[in-house]
Design a binder for this molecule. Structure first.
Ligand SMILES: Nc1ncnc2c1ncn2[C@@H]1O[C@H](COP(=O)(O)OP(=O)(O)OP(=O)(O)O)[C@@H](O)[C@H]1O
Ligand SMILES: [Mg+2]
Length: 423
């Protein structure tokens, strides 16, 4: 059992690419912490730094209260399971499973007993005398998992261990991993880019984008109360509606979200009204999950949005409707490109070299994206509505949906929550 603490951990690869930027993170003893983020965001880099397979450029890593930056992988006593279940190809399954016990000097009869018991628990006892290349992907991952368990590590590090498997096998092994690591009580850091896997497996989820921590909390906290627009969008099972609205406070009577063709009132009784009103005259981002929009009649009271039905899509268990509502769309705000940090503290020659490297002679890459002109804001959004059955709408006609104001997610143009999340 082990705690893991990262303090301002940064990774700069040779060539200057900042893969992890001042990461602060803590995994509690026995916790299953999931690192979630898109491809290239730095998940594997982070895991490899914890394992000791990658040097930490700056910052501190503490394992069980001990500064671990300079410990060898062996001294850290971690077991890592990779995406492709890296096994020794010339050893049988039994040989692979026995290996960590042989290294530890365990007696042969005990090795046999422990390997067979675990193989039975992992449902791979039939494969014990076979070589890895004769196994299915799922079986290989079970062997890799078994070998990690037999090492009795203080810490499990798993890098997308299920991503090569088909959906059915993924669900099955996911449940097994969950109950296995919890029954062993071993602290586990698990990397995935699959939000369903993260939500269903984690005690807590850390969401990472471009090497920067976006949010951390229990699955319910980060899903229902996301700290950033990026988190809200990444965890949304359908595309999240991200709309630009101007905040107005007419005669101070209420707070108005002005979408252009339509408006929504936030009454002063709403706990977020004051925080939103501080953005009066400015644009903000309003996030609306497609399932909180409910079709209503034209006579409906309360806040609504209207749009022309562009398409109705059948998805088997649900329908998605795309409404042209004439509201400006906003792209998911990204943290500034890490490469700009290269420019900090550099002068003259170095700067022009970096600019050339980035292919921007004019140095435009050094600028963070403009918060006041979000990419895509000139575009009109399609309002996506999720429905459990086919609506009585016809393509080309106007349709009205009710909006539950309490469920609107409100962000600044750079993607930070306007009303602080409760953690
Ligand atoms: N040895 C290296 N040298 C330079 N850049 C690297 C190196 N290894 C990784 N990177 C870069 O660092 C970034 C983060 O890579 P990393 O493998 O950690 O991402 P990831 O989140 O695990 O992505 P994926 O989900 O695709 O596995 C990527 O842009 C990658 O190209
Ligand atoms: Mg990776």
């Amino acid at each position: 059992m082990s705690t893991v603490v990262l303090e301002n951990v940064t990774k700069v690869y040779p060539g200057g690419f900042v893969a992890i930027d001042r990461m602060n993170l803590r995994a509690e003893e026995g916790e299953l912490l999931v690192l979630l983020g898109p491809s290239g965001c730095g998940k594997s880099t982070l895991l490899r730094m914890i394992a000791g397979l990658e040097e930490i450029t700056s910052g501190s890593l503490w394992l069980d209260g001990r500064l671990a930056n300079d410990l060898t992988p062996r001294e850290r006593n971690v077991a890592m399971v990779f995406q492709s279940g890296a096994l020794y190809p010339h050893r049988t399954v039994r040989g692979n499973l026995s290996f960590p016990l042989e290294i530890a000097g365990v007696e042969v009869p005990e090795i046999r007993e422990r390997v067979e018991a675990l193989a039975k628990a992992l449902q791979i006892e039939e494969t014990l005398d076979r070589r890895p290349h004769t196994l299915s992907g799922g079986q290989r991952q079970r062997v890799a998992m078994g070998r990690a368990i037999l090492r009795q590590p203080s810490l499990f590090l798993m890098d997308e261990p299920l991503s090569n498997l088909d959906a059915g096998m993924r669900t099955e092994l996911r449940m097994e991993i969950s109950s296995l690591v919890r029954s062993l009580g071993i602290t586990t850091i698990y990397v995935t880019h699959d939000q369903v896997e993260a939500l269903s497996l984690a005690d807590r989820i850390a969401i990472i984008n471009r090497g920067v921590l976006q949010d951390i909390g229990t699955p319910a906290q980060v899903y229902n109360d996301p700290a950033t627009a990026f988190t809200a969008a990444f965890l949304s099972s359908q595309q999240l509606n991200l709309l630009a609205a101007t905040v107005r406070t007419p005669q101070n009577q209420y707070v108005l979200l002005d979408f252009g063709p339509s408006q929504i009132v936030i009454p002063w009784t709403d706990p977020r009204a004051y925080a939103v009103s501080r953005h009066t005259g400015m644009q903000i981002i309003v996030g609306i999950r497609p399932d909180v929009l409910v079709p209503v009649s034209d006579q409906a009271e309360g806040p609504t949005l209207v749009g022309r039905v562009r398409t109705l899509e059948y998805h088997g268990h649900e329908w998605l409707a795309f409404l042209e509502a004439g509201i400006p769309a906003v792209s998911v705000p990204q943290p500034p490109d890490q490469r700009r940090h290269l420019m900090a503290g550099t002068t003259g020659k170095a700067r022009s070299l970096i600019r050339r490297m980035l292919g921007r002679e004019n140095g435009a890459a050094a600028q963070p994206p403009s918060a006041s002109a979000p990419a895509g804001s000139h575009r009109r959004a399609d309002l996506i509505v999720r429905l459990s059955s086919r609506p009585a709408w016809r393509v080309g006609e106007y349709a009205r949906v009710a909006v539950d104001v309490a469920q609107l997610m409100l962000f600044t143009m750079d993607g930070a929550r306007i009303d602080p999340p409760r953690r």
